[in-house]
Design a binder for this molecule. Structure first.
Ligand code: HEM
Length: 480
């Protein structure tokens, strides 16, 4: 018997034996459990349901996957994903429970911790409170109001390209860079654009530091971004200590919101608002860029797709945008008041997010033993609620597969529509995303008409929704 045959024979005996042992252990533990665990199963040891869920996501069949489990086990069930026992919850009460936060913390994968070290995505306790407070203050409506002009300029710079997904990505990347990095934005965009793409892709990867893995590329990109941005702002940090009290956080004299995020955070620290180092602030800036651009670009891209397939909706959006433009000169930038009038267009955006939510659900970890609807959730277990389950439930949304923006003119029951999450970890950038999307749509529908090159183009979730071919469109100038 040669060496290879021997190794193969040994492996074929030991691997099944180890798997059977692990399975038996797990079954014994479950049977001994003092908990009233939710119904369900933990699947194959270690792998659990990870591969099956990933496969469903890649085929855009995740809703069916979740529904099958809900049909089989009810609205509370147990499964195992990414190596952890996880409770899958469905329904508005579940969305409220997961968003509410009591005994649950945001699940941080080890990839995320390694990639964006110390940021709002990885903090807990006091540090989290300080940074959430600063982010919410920075992104509040009055601040976003001052970015409208900036967003307008950025959209006009991008608008004449015809490959929707990359265009939407470039656009939202450009906008978030100009807000986060201020006068350094173009430098960051040009020198670090690719690195931010690699970083975004690595966030949900397996943390294996081998050459050519997504994670490894993300780690290299993250180190380059950190180095470059820290160096850029080292000077700014010194300069900001020379600014008069309150100057950095105040609006600029032209009202365009020229206080970039990093300067804002440096100034806030000098006023005792937090105690983060420049390196931590840069990590938070990275977190903000990741949170902002992979999500808003999905919304803009899918809205473009729905408008192409729904001519009557496009007509209504165009009428609304034409009325807004009628009172302005061709070079006048949009204002906050203009954006406030785009009510129907925003309903189209909400309907797009109902059917294709950019973030597919909320993952939490139980920090103590919890109880939900009579079942125990042991400390350390994960809890997951997928938005699509309530978004596509006929009990809350009549004919849920139909694209109908007017449904948002009526009352929507609480905790059924949650594209931005809810509770203490709700997206702090929701207002920012709303304004960015509306400004982009204004110029798109006013200037162009478009046709989808692949009318039935499928999309996958990776885990964000992405059209398989990048959603190419034929774009032509609009004849008015
Ligand atoms: C359509 C666009 C967007 C969608 C659908 C979206 C959705 C979400 C959701 C669902 C969460 C919470 C996830 C959870 O509960 O586990 C979240 C968190 C977050 N979002 Fe957004 N987001 C969008 C745009 C933005 C923008 C424009 C920014 C920044 C300007 C941003 C920054 C963040 C940050 C920093 C967090 C983490 C907050 C925390 O951990 O406490 N997002 N987003």
């Amino acid at each position: 018997m040669d060496f290879t045959t021997l190794v193969t024979a040994l492996l074929s005996l030991t691997v099944p034996a180890v798997l059977i042992y692990l399975l038996a252990e797990r079954l014994r533990r479950c049977r001994r459990s003092p908990y009233n665990l939710p119904p369900g199963d933990l699947g194959v040891p270690v792998v659990g349901h990870t591969l099956s869920l990933l496969d469903a996501l890649r085929r855009n069949a995740d809703l069916e996957w979740f529904r099958a489990r809900v049909r089989r086990y009810g609205q509370v069930s147990r499964m195992s994903v990414l190596g952890s026992p996880t409770v899958l919850l469905a329904g508005p009460a579940a969305n409220r429970f997961v968003g509410g936060g009591g005994g649950l913390v945001l699940t941080q994968t080890s990839a995320l911790r390694a990639l964006v070290g110390r940021s709002v995505l990885t903090f807990a306790g006091d540090e989290l409170r300080q940074v959430r407070g600063a982010l919410q203050a920075y992104l509040r409506a009055e601040m976003v109001r001052r970015y409208v002009c900036k967003m307008d300029g950025e959209v006009r710079r991008h608008i004449d390209v015809s490959w929707v997904m990359p265009l939407a990505r470039d656009l939202s990347f450009g906008i978030i860079c100009s807000v986060v990095f201020g006068e350094h934005a173009s430098l960051v965009r040009d020198a670090l654009g690719e690195d931010f793409v690699a970083l975004g892709k690595a966030v949900m990867s397996f943390p294996v530091r081998l050459p050519f893995t997504r994670f490894s590329k993300g780690m290299d990109a993250s180190a380059r971004i950190r180095r470059a941005i820290t160096a850029m702002f080292r000077k700014r940090e010194e300069a900001s200590s020379l600014l008069p009290q309150g100057a950095a956080a105040a609006p600029s004299s032209d009202g365009t919101g020229d206080t970039d995020f990093i300067t804002y955070m440096l100034k806030l620290r000098s006023q005792g608002g937090h105690s983060l180092s420049l390196e931590d602030i840069v990590d938070n800036a990275m977190g903000l860029v990741i949170g902002a651009h992979g999500t808003t670009s999905v919304l803009i891209a899918f809205m473009t797709r729905y408008l192409a397939n729904q001519p009557h909706v496009l007509d209504k959006v165009t009428r609304e945008q034409d009325e807004i433009a009628a009172n302005k000169g061709p070079d006048d930038a949009l204002t906050w008041n203009d954006v406030a009038r785009m009510k129907y267009t925003w309903r189209v955006a909400m309907e797009t997010q109902r059917i294709v939510p950019p973030v597919f659900g909320s993952f939490r970890t139980a920090v103590r033993d919890l109880e939900y609807q009579g079942y125990h959730i042991p400390k350390g277990w994960k809890v997951f609620a997928a938005q699509s389950i309530t978004h596509m439930d006929g009990n809350f949304f009549h004919e849920p597969t139909k694209f109908d923006p007017c449904r948002f003119e009526k009352f929507v029951p609480p905790y059924c529509f949650m594209p931005f999450g809810g509770g203490p970890r709700m997206c702090p950038g929701n207002e920012f995303a709303r304004v960015e999307t509306l400004v982009a749509m204004h110029y798109l529908v006013r200037k162009f008409r478009w046709k989808l090159c692949c009318t039935e183009e499928a999309y996958i979730r990776d885990p964000k929704p992405a059209p398989v071919n990048g959603l190419p469109i034929e774009l032509e100038p609009r004849r008015i």
